[in-house]
Structure formats: C-alpha cells, structure tokens
Design a protein around this ligand. Structure first.
Ligand code: 17E
Ligand code: FE2
Length: 418
C-alpha cells in the first residue's frame, strides 16, 4: 500500500508512506504535491495520524441506559445502583450484541485499540467471559484489553477477591480496583495492595478506578502510586479518574506530585463523564470534578482522555467520537493555549498508547505495524477546531474503514471547503 500527499503531525511538508506486508517500510518527504498514480491513495494534504486509542470504556454496560431504570440524580453512586438492577438481566447474547455495536461505533471513529472494563462483582462472570471471547474473535480488526473491574468492591463485595482471581485465570488482561467505594478507608488501602499483588502474581497490567469522587479525603492514589513504586511497575499501572485530585489542596498536591513522578504511573481522565457525575453534591460554587490534567501533563506525567460510557447507567450520551471527548477535556481543563492545541491529539493517541503499554509498536514509523487514520484537517489545531472527521482507517496495511463526507449543496455562496 502506498499513500501520497499526507501530512504528518508537527511537520510542514507532504509525505509518502509505504506499507509492505503489514508494516511501514518507507516514510518519505515530498518536494511538493504528487499526482497519485494507479493503486496509490491520495491523502490530498490531510493529516495521517496514529490510530485513536480508547483507553477507558465499559463495554459490558454500554447501551443499557434506562434499563430497567434511569439514573435520575446523575451521581456515580446512583449509576452503580441502577447498574446492579441491570446485572441480573445480563447474558452472553445481550452483552455480545451491545459490545459489538459499540466496538463498531468506535472503529468507525478511528479507534483501533480499546481497553474495556468488565464488572466482576457478578458470580457468573458473564461480562469477563463474553468480552474476553470477543477480544479473541476480533483480534484481526481491533486490539482489545479487558480489565477485571470489581464494581462493588474487591474486598467489600462477598467473594470479590475470589471472583477477581477467577477472572484473571480466565484471561483478563488487567487488574482493576475501586478503593473509594470499599466500605472503609482501611479496606480501600488493603484493596490497592491486593491489586498490585495480583498483578505481580498473574503478570498483568493494573488500571484502578481511583478516587472517583469529589471527597478531598479520598487519597487512595498515594497508596496505589507508592505500591507501584516499591514494586518498580509504575509504567504498567494506571489510575483512572482520580477526580478527588480536583478537590485536593495545593499543599497536599505538591507532596503527592513528588511521589507520582517517582512512580511513573499513567493517568486516564474521562472529561465528559466526570463533568457530568461529579459536582453533584455541590450547590454553588460548583466544582468541575476533574483531575488535574493540565498540571499532570506539565509535570511530565503521562495522561490521556477516555470516554468511559456510551449510553449507560452513568452517562446517557456518547457516540464513540474521541475528538468530542478531547474538545470537552481541553475546555474543562483550560488547556486552550496555542501550544495545547498544537499537541492536543497526544491525549487520544500517543499518551493513551503508553497507558495501554502498546507504545513500542504504535505510531507512523518505519518498522511499526502499518496502521494509521486519515483525518479531515491539516494538523492537530485544525482537526480539533473543526472536529475533523475520520476519513480512513488502515490497520496492518488493510483499509478497515472509509468515510465519505457530507457536503453543503446550497446556497452556492457557502464554500464548504474548510
Ligand atoms: N463504574 C464506575 O465506578 N465509574 C464509572 N465512571 C463508570 C462505571 C462508567
Ligand atoms: Fe470507568
């Protein structure tokens, strides 16, 4: 496969890309625009970018909003309650059908890598079993990591630890946790130690829903980061949400950041989800309820954005468009300067790839798998501003998605070429 007239991130010239037997074999700067010849794909000056990565989504719960009841308060806690009413209705066919639809949505929006959580507070473990099976069946279309996620507590839910071990033995890729939802602080702390122990025992990654609350006293992140540091596994550990950090005072954060930097753990923020679920116990002033994305990023820590939900008990919108999540995130985190926009796609590409530990074989580079997307825009800034559509998705040298754009056809004084 050969692509001509492509732009690359943070480069000015046009480039030609060659993919042979599924791998990039050449990336050449052009002197100017070329006429595409037979069989070549003409990128027409659009941005070729590494595929989008969805680092945090719940495929087992997707597309269940309102079943059987709607989340009326908009809190995380009511979401957990509503989901516990939907759980008895789960079966393999139901999860498979909704997860497939959601994966199709994501792939149609340029995603080629997904990390999904699967609830293991369920003696049947049907979520884990179904999503692990889908992961294996779809491996030629999309890369999926499955997190064993103890929604109702690793230590507070009856048999939670045993269910987690069963899920890992069954083939879950990542150990999850939810310390802020355990009954007590002590259980929350103990759960963080258990998560790290299990990751070491089964040689798995870690991704914890950590401090997803506005409670400034929720400080399990420091326990997770310290455990990761002591076991020298920070790059394999992710703290998702950490929304309490938006409520920590600066003196505590100053001490905390020293540990976070030493530990080298990764962060996922889900801006659309958190702006919706958090701040719900405030009147005014009302907190934004997001972690300190801008400050983590500035401190050199790895942070990325995920969607978390698509039409589920926690969040009843969502459409698979990570560019929408990014747009929200940049606004809410006040990352609205020129330099922020110029590197913004990092937050849904390179940084997420690092979180998933796939970065060694990710990105448009000779020797890497020939996977990329073509975006309707020239650079990060124009793609963000115009919410540029994903025109093409190529995976290992195969076109897996192609989109034709809708155009304004009248009145004729409106020029639709932006
Ligand atoms: N479960 C949870 O604990 N937090 C979330 N944001 C979602 C599920 C979506
Ligand atoms: Fe989540």
């Amino acid at each position: 496969m050969e692509i001509v007239n492509a732009r690359l991130r943070s480069k000015v010239a046009l480039y030609s890309l060659k993919i042979n037997k599924g791998y990039f074999t050449a990336i050449c700067e052009q002197d100017g625009p070329l006429d595409a010849i037979d069989g070549q794909i003409d990128a027409s000056g659009k941005l070729a970018c590494a595929p989008f990565v969805e680092p945090h989504i719940h495929l087992d719960a997707a597309l269940t909003a309102g079943e059987p009841n709607w989340n009326q308060s908009g809190t995380l806690f009511e979401g957990i309650e509503r989901w516990s009413e939907r759980k008895p209705l789960l079966n393999e066919a139901d999860i498979r059908q909704r997860a497939m639809k959601t994966i199709q949505l994501l792939v149609s929006q340029g995603v080629q890598y997904i990390r999904t959580h699967a609830d293991v507070s369920d003696p049947s473990l049907v979520g884990i079993k179904t999503l692990c099976a889908l992961r294996d069946e779809l491996s030629d279309k999309v890369d999926i990591q499955v997190v064993a996620f103890p929604q109702e507590g690793l230590l507070s839910y009856p048999g939670g630890l045993e269910l987690m071990e069963q899920a890992l033995q069954f083939g879950a890729d990542v150990v999850g946790g939810i310390p802020h939802f355990e009954y007590t602080r002590e259980l929350g702390e103990a759960s963080m130690k258990q998560v790290i122990e299990l990751a070491l025992k089964y040689d798995r990654l870690v991704d914890v829903h950590c401090d997803e609350t506005d409670d400034p006293n929720s400080r399990f992140l420091e326990v997770l980061a310290a455990e990761a540091l002591f076991n020298n596994m920070g790059s394999r550990v992710t703290a998702s949400h950490t929304t309490a950090m938006g409520s920590y005072d600066n003196a505590y954060c100053s001490k905390l950041f020293r540990l976070l930097k030493k530990s080298g753990i990764n962060f996922v923020s889900c801006p659309t989800e958190s702006i919706h679920l958090q701040g719900r116990f405030d009147s005014y002033p009302k907190r934004r309820g997001l972690t300190r994305v801008k400050e983590l990023n500035a401190a050199g820590l790895n942070v990325c954005f995920g969607e978390d939900s698509i039409f589920d008990p926690w969040y009843s919108l969502g459409n698979g468009k990570l560019l929408r999540t990014l747009d929200f995130g940049l606004h809410i985190c006040q990352m609205m300067g020129y330099t922020d926009f110029s590197a913004a796609l990092d937050l849904i590409t390179d940084n997420s790839a690092r979180t998933l530990n796939i970065h060694d074989s990710y990105g448009i580079q000779v020797g890497n798998p020939g996977s990329f997307i073509l975006l309707d825009g020239e650079d990060d800034y124009s793609v963000i501003r115009q919410q540029g559509e994903v025109l093409l998705s190529v995976r290992h040298g195969q076109v897996i998605m192609r989109r034709e754009l809708a155009r304004v056809v009248s009145p004729d004084w409106i020029n639709d070429d932006n």
